[in-house]
Design a binder for this molecule. Structure first.
Ligand SMILES: [Ca+2]
Length: 592
């Protein structure tokens, strides 16, 4: 049915002449009648009458019975009357047009008898009766067309009826549904029945169109209403299907509890139609499929690897056991150290950040000592200068050569070469400072044991709480690293280290070479289960990208920092320098 021209539809919710049931009952047999009259009133086989104004051809009714096809099409003219009616039964086509009756394109006179149909005068009407099925079509011709026409069936045809007459499904579903909403909608019920039928009209076969409508009404009436529990059964609207283990809930939490977040809390109640885990279970958001588990069965994740409850992961410093999605760890026997690896700082308490400017900073300070680091004015690396001041004595590491065979006692500190790459300072009050001298200066500070909370600077306060690590020199806890780091600068400092890559060629090189850190089959893979590579990878790219001198040098320093972190937990990587072509570079540095 093509709706080429504009039309509109009006419903008559209480056309009492047709009875509320819509079908007409005679004394002998039940008849099912569909009528159209006037300029577009349609009274379907069942349900409420309605109005369609259109000059388009419409299927009045179409169905198949005992493998015989029946089709009645109507078209109105500008005068509102029917100007053409086509009745096709068992492929015999009868056309009513301009006051004449054409059977198979031939004009016939009444009475007309044919194997399949009879056409005869019936009072002021003309009737066509099928001999194949107890069906008749009756109409009245007037000047200009046909003013009324009805189709009568002696038996109800249950399936597959389409067309304007076949709205029985829509109207009966609407009526049935709204018989359950009377307590909720009360006097508004007729209005909603109209809406329901208008919504259904010509979309009877779409489950979504109807079900969306019924759902809104059910929601409107609320979960205490009578219709709430019944509406899906009445309308045969199935609940939406949920993926995986999830089950549908008409009203439930919009955000479902998961292993990562078993008790999501949000401002205000976020209740809606939703897919949730069965009661008592939470979503295992570490699994790929949507799987629900009880909280004690939640897996733990560390460094991209999944552990089951009871699984243990160990380093030489600490053992952690997975318990229902949470790690319970023994005390860390390795003292927390502060790392200053170029612009990348890890505080005593483990917070990682990037310093913003090439300045001199207070790396760490206590009551009677201060460690300063001075960045190169050119690059985001530490200038060959780091100083430790204890009371009035100070130790200043200037360059590699000046420290050759260097080993001596200051009053309160021992300074010595720990290896060809590291100078160590051990103070009388229990602090250790390891200075990596090649290829770039990097500082590793182990805090004095009993100075907790009296320490401040870029390395933080060493109180096992990362949340207060950005305490500025004036004692304010900053939210971001920049104001915090700048507060610890010695002298004026402007942020001048690019926070992103600014050289495309370098970026391509860095992307390619730093990926070795993440390679699950690579030399660093052994450590993946102990230390996540993500921050080291980011640092590698940033460092290599913004490298001032040798890209390879910057890359090798970055890779070395991960290797060093792994070594500190007792993870042996093997000859990572050889595997990453960082040997040659190291030799060159040592020979200098
Ligand atoms: Ca802290």
């Amino acid at each position: 049915m093509l709706l080429l021209k504009s039309y509109y539809i009006v419903f008559f919710p209480y056309l009492s002449v047709f009875g509320t049931g819509g079908s007409v009952t005679t004394t002998e047999t039940q008849k099912f009648t569909c009528r159209t009259f006037g300029s577009g009133v349609i009274q379907p086989f069942k349900g409420l009458g309605y109005y369609v104004r259109s000059n388009c051809p419409f299927t009045l009714t179409r169905f198949t019975h005992n493998r015989v096809e029946y089709d009645i099409t109507i078209q109105r003219g500008d005068n509102g009357l029917l100007v053409q009616v086509e009745i096709t039964m068992n492929k015999v086509r009868t056309v009513l047009q301009n006051g004449s009756i054409l059977v198979e394109k031939k004009s016939v006179s009444l009475p007309y008898d044919h194997t399949y149909q009879h056409i005869f005068q019936y009072g002021i009407y003309t009737r066509l009766r099928s001999s194949l099925l107890p069906l008749s079509v009756t109409w009245r011709s007037v000047p200009g067309g046909i003013d009324s026409l009805w189709v009568e069936l002696q038996q109800e045809l249950s399936t597959g009826m389409t067309g304007l007459c076949g709205k029985d499904n829509a109207t009966s579903v609407c009526r049935k549904f709204f018989s359950y909403t009377l307590e909720c909608l009360q006097v508004k019920t007729p209005h909603y029945i109209q809406l329901c039928e208008a919504n259904f009209y010509s979309y009877e076969k779409s489950k979504y169109v109807g079900c969306a409508f019924f759902k809104e009404i059910a929601l409107h009436c609320g979960n205490n209403s009578y219709v709430w529990q019944k509406w899906r059964a009445i309308t045969k609207c199935a609940e939406p299907t949920c993926p995986g283990d999830l089950v549908y809930k008409e009203e439930g939490d919009a955000f479902i509890p998961s292993c990562s977040n078993p008790n999501p809390s949000f401002s205000g109640q976020a209740i809606t139609s939703t897919c949730v885990c069965p009661k008592g279970k939470v979503l295992d958001d570490h699994a790929e499929d949507l799987h629900c588990v009880s909280v004690p069965s939640c897996p733990c994740v560390f460094s991209g690897r999944t552990y089951l409850t009871g699984d243990i992961r160990k380093t030489k410093c600490q053992a952690c056991i997975c318990d229902g999605g949470r790690w319970h760890c023994s005390e860390n026997s390795c003292p927390g150290g502060c790392h200053i690896e170029g612009q990348f700082v890890t505080t005593f308490d483990g917070k990682k950040y990037v310093v913003p400017g090439k300045c001199t900073y207070v790396a760490s300070q206590g009551l009677n000592w201060t460690i300063n680091v001075e960045f190169s004015g050119k690059h985001a690396s530490i200038k060959r200068s780091a100083s430790l001041i204890i009371y009035t004595e100070w130790f200043r590491y200037i360059n590699t050569k000046s420290l050759t065979n260097f080993s001596h006692f200051l009053d309160r500190a021992l300074v010595f070469w720990q290896s060809s790459m590291y100078v160590e300072v051990h103070t009388s009050f229990g602090m250790k400072i390891q200075v990596q001298v090649s290829p770039e200066i990097q500082l590793y500070i182990t805090p004095p044991g009993n100075h907790t909370g009296m320490i401040s600077g870029l390395c933080g306060n060493n109180n096992n709480d990362t949340t207060d690590d950005f305490t500025s020199s004036s004692g304010i806890i900053e939210n971001s690293p920049e104001p915090f780091a700048l507060s610890w600068s010695v002298g004026p400092c402007t942020p001048n280290i690019p926070p992103t890559c600014i050289n495309t060629d370098n970026e391509i090189f860095a992307d390619e070479k730093c990926s070795v850190l993440n390679n699950p089959a690579g030399i660093f893979a052994k450590c993946h289960g102990y230390i996540p590579t993500d921050q080291f990878h980011t640092a590698c790219i940033l460092r290599t990208c913004n490298c001032g001198t040798s890209l390879v040098q910057c890359l090798c320093v970055a890779l070395g920092n991960y290797a060093k972190a792994c070594a500190s937990l007792g993870v042996e990587l093997g000859d990572w320098r050889k595997a990453t072509n960082c040997c040659e570079h190291l030799k060159m540095q040592i020979q200098k």
